[in-house]
Structure formats: C-alpha cells, structure tokens
Design a protein around this ligand. Structure first.
Ligand code: SAH
Length: 232
C-alpha cells in the first residue's frame, strides 16, 4: 500500500504545487504516494457556503467553524482510517526529523490547513487533531506548512531518493548539522577545497567531517547538542 495523503484546505489549487515536480512529483506519478486535496467549503451547509464566523468573545479576524470542518474530516477520514490527523498550527509541536520518519513509516496522513485566525478549539478536541508547527513564525495559512511536511515525508518513502545513503547522513539524522560540501573546480576565486578531502584517505575524511559537524553544531545549534549528547 502506498502512502496516502489527504489535505483539507480552502485552496485545493495549491496542491500538489511544488510537490508535483522533481523527486516528489516523480514519486506521485509512479504511485509511491497519493494526494487528495479536499475543498472544505464543499462541506458548508448554508446558501453562502460559509466556513468561518466571528470569534466568540470578540476580537479581530474570523475562526473556522467546527461543524463544517468536522464534516470534511469525517469524509476524508472515516472511522477505521489509521492515518494520523494533523492540524498545521503555530501552536503545535515543532516538526522534527524524528516525527517525519515516523509519519513516513505509516500509512499516510490527513492534514487540516487552517486559515484566518485558526480553527474552533472543539473540532481539534473532538477529532483528535495533532497540532504540528513548522517553525516559530506565522504563515497566512496551513497550506505552505502542509507542503513542507509532505516534502520532508515523501523523500523518505522507499524508492523516492536515488541514493539511499544520503538520507542517513544528513543534518539532524545523528543529532548534528551536516559538514560543509565541496566539488570541482579545485580552486574557486582563490579558495581551495580542504586538502584532506582530496587525500583519498577515507578514515581521515570521515574524522574531518565529523569534527566539522560537531564544530558547526556547537556554534549554530547548541540546543541540538543538549538534546543529543555526543557519542564518544
Ligand atoms: N492566530 C493564529 C495564527 C493563524 S495563521 C495564532 O496566532 O496562533 C492561519 C493558519 O496558518 C493557521 O491556522 C495554521 O493552519 C497556519 N499556520 C500559520 N503559521 C504556521 C506555522 N508556523 N506552522 C504551521 N501552520 C501554520
């Protein structure tokens, strides 16, 4: 069974978007994963197809209605669907490579994309939505966040990445940022490729890369080191 993604959105035209190209696009065509973008507005029940309303308690903006969203979720993910239901949300747990790996190992995802000020709290609780954030900043909608999450997951699906090894050596897979990369030409504007990399000594190269990774992580992301103490 291939990985199946259902995205609930007010802008289904945003999908597959960037995921229709390159690695993810080829995998979509090959049937390694499938994507269904569902228009939330189709589940509105009134004449004006209303999906949002003013916030209880007052204040600016609009809130997505619980009833309309629940109908859309129940259509996309009926009882027995084993896929986790995610809500893209700046209040959510920040997305990590560990969670991305878990999702890629599962049957798929149902993703709700918020708009306006967000969604009525009751549908989050009633449908067990897992809130996921892509970073500490505010997007205008959940769609770009859903594209980010799906891109990260799809590249890990079996057969999607040409060179399977590159997946394991990347930033975060071992709790470290990746070492710098170089390629030809040997000299660029007076800068040389570090000598060790052209030495042909694979042990020395691995040690150099590891040391560079550790140095970079200490400088830029000490929080990662705190979470994954270096294995000596
Ligand atoms: N009023 C909200 C922000 C709403 S932004 C607040 O202050 O928390 C509108 C929608 O964009 C959200 O419902 C969510 O689906 C999406 N969104 C915005 N920023 C996001 C982020 N960092 N990660 C994931 N989704 C985000």
């Amino acid at each position: 069974m291939s990985f199946s993604a259902s995205v609930l959105t007010l802008y289904p035209e945003m999908f597959p978007g960037a995921l229709g190209l390159s690695l993810a696009g080829r995998a979509l065509e090959a049937g390694t994963w499938s994507l269904e973008a569902i228009q939330i507005r189709d589940f509105a029940t009134d004449r004006h197809r209303t999906v949002d309303d003013t916030p209880a308690g007052g204040g600016a903006g609009m809130v997505m209605r619980a009833d309309v969203l629940a109908s859309a979720i129940d259509h996309a993910s009926p009882a027995g669907d084993l896929r986790p239901r995610l809500l893209m949300s700046p209040r959510g747990r920040p997305l990590t490579q560990v969670r991305v790996r878990e999702l890629a190992a599962g049957p798929g995802v149902v993703i709700v994309c918020g708009r306006f000020e967000g969604v009525d709290q009751r549908v989050i609780e009633a449908r067990g939505l897992e809130e996921v954030s892509v970073g500490d900043f505010i997007l205008s909608g959940g769609e770009p966040a859903a594209l980010v999450l799906l891109d990260a997951v799809v590249r890990l699906l079996p057969g999607v990445m040409g060179n399977a090894v590159s997946g394991d050596e990347e930033s975060f897979e071992n709790g470290l940022l990746e070492h710098p990369h170089y390629t030809r030409p040997q000299e660029f504007e007076g800068r040389q490729i570090p000598e060790v990399l052209t030495s042909g000594n694979h042990k020395k190269i691995a040690a150099w890369r590891r040391a560079e990774s550790e140095k970079l992580t200490k400088e830029r992301r000490p929080d990662l080191l705190a979470a994954h103490p270096l294995v000596k």
